[in-house]
Design a protein around this ligand. Structure first.
Ligand code: ZN
Length: 391
């Protein structure tokens, strides 16, 4: 009887301890072992120009003030080293230079280890890239982007981080596809390398120079899946651009694949254990952590956001607040193409987001054979989000 009571007490104690465990602890204590090295990777992507939680109905997640506080709390509780990585599109999709300045300041303060370049980083045009983005001394990495007149040192092809003797090679790629319908004047000084040969080269080089290869992929989920199954696949793929949210890491081919969603709504975590002898990942776990409204805030980031809000109160139109209402019911209608219109420009006018041109194209597949070719007076179907201005 005594033995039964003893086991019952242990069982109850176990449940109590489980209940006491903090809900989110990314850099938690890993098993103490000289053979296994624990590393925690915090990852984000597709911030899409968001600073604040918009407090919109249907969009309760997000806010950089909460993200920063969460990162600090996780790192304070950490006995492991964290890498902080972003897959790109941290700036807005439409090109809002005034707000993007605040976002750049915020990203500088967050001290990322690597920021991949997405297509949206170019939505404000060449002069903004050179005059603002590159002036911030951010840790920008892209193996496939070259910018005319910008030295290679400003955008590194990869970086290698040594963590307790394990070398992490981190690179990033983007193809020319996301730039397809971006106005030509914004990207005329960009050179995008062929993504397959670029990947082959950089992954080969990183295999020789590092132990664990991490790819910040701006190719989207379906291409990430293919990449994971190639013979030279990276160990970890942190995906971006497709706005995908994976609730847990996926083991595809020989890669661990993660995606953290959109609009700063989640902070991704991936905990890995690396064998010190073989220098291979032997165990992994993780999930995206939702940035909830009732989380604590970082006061320094909050004051940056308040500075922006004061600026915005002067009448500046913030597309991210409109985008936050996207869960409202949609209205469908008809639009008559005007001279100078492109699907890109119509998507900005109607949906507030140029990247929704693909949605417009899909809706009008029977009317538009080539996305580059639409004509004045042509009638196309549109879907207008509630809260958008009338055309
Ligand atoms: Zn993108």
């Amino acid at each position: 009887m005594k033995t039964i009571n003893y086991f019952f007490t242990l069982l109850v104690l176990g449940f109590v301890l489980l209940a006491m465990e903090p809900q989110y602890l990314i850099c938690r204590q890993m098993p103490d072992s000289t053979r296994l090295i624990p590393v925690s990777i915090l990852y984000t992507a597709n911030n899409n120009g968001y600073l604040e939680n918009c407090e919109c109905p249907g969009n309760p997640l997000g806010g950089l003030d909460r993200r920063v506080k969460l990162m600090q709390q996780l790192q304070m509780n950490s006995s492991t080293i964290c890498l902080l990585l972003d897959g790109g599109d941290f700036l807005s999709s439409v090109g809002f230079p005034e707000k993007d300045d605040f976002v750049l300041e915020a990203y500088g303060n967050m001290r990322y280890d690597v920021l991949a370049l997405g297509d949206q980083e170019f939505a404000n045009g060449y002069s903004y890239v050179v005059g603002n983005l590159l002036k911030r001394s951010l840790p920008l990495v892209s193996a496939s982007i070259e910018i005319k007149g910008v030295p290679n040192t400003a955008i590194k092809k990869y970086v290698i981080k040594d963590i307790q003797g394990i070398r992490f090679g981190i690179t990033s790629v983007i193809s020319d596809e996301p730039f397809e319908l971006m106005p030509k004047d914004k990207i005329q000084d960009l050179k995008i390398a062929d993504v397959r040969s670029c990947l082959n080269n950089v992954l080969k080089e990183l295999r020789q120079k590092s132990d664990i290869v991490i790819l910040l992929s701006h190719l989207g989920y379906s291409k990430d899946s293919k990449c994971a199954k190639e013979s030279d696949a990276p160990d970890i793929i942190i995906g971006a651009h497709s706005q995908t949210l994976l609730q847990e890491p996926e083991h595809q081919g020989s890669s661990i694949l993660v995606h953290s969603g959109k609009n700063g709504e989640h902070l991704g975590q991936l905990d890995i254990l690396v064998d010190k002898t073989t220098k291979r990942i032997v165990k992994y776990s993780g999930q995206p952590i939702p940035i909830l409204k009732d989380m604590e805030i970082d006061t320094a980031m909050k004051s940056l956001i308040n500075r922006y809000k004061t600026f915005a109160s002067t009448g500046y139109k913030d597309h991210t607040l409109v985008a936050g209402m996207n869960d409202s019911p949609d209205k469908t209608g008809e639009y008559i193409v005007k001279k100078g219109d492109t699907l890109w420009r119509i998507a900005i006018k109607i949906m507030g987001d140029p990247f929704q041109w693909k949605q417009l194209f899909e809706m009008n597949k029977d009317l538009i054979k080539n996305a580059q070719l639409i004509y004045p007076d042509q009638k196309i179907r549109i879907r207008k989000n509630s809260g958008q201005n009338n055309i």
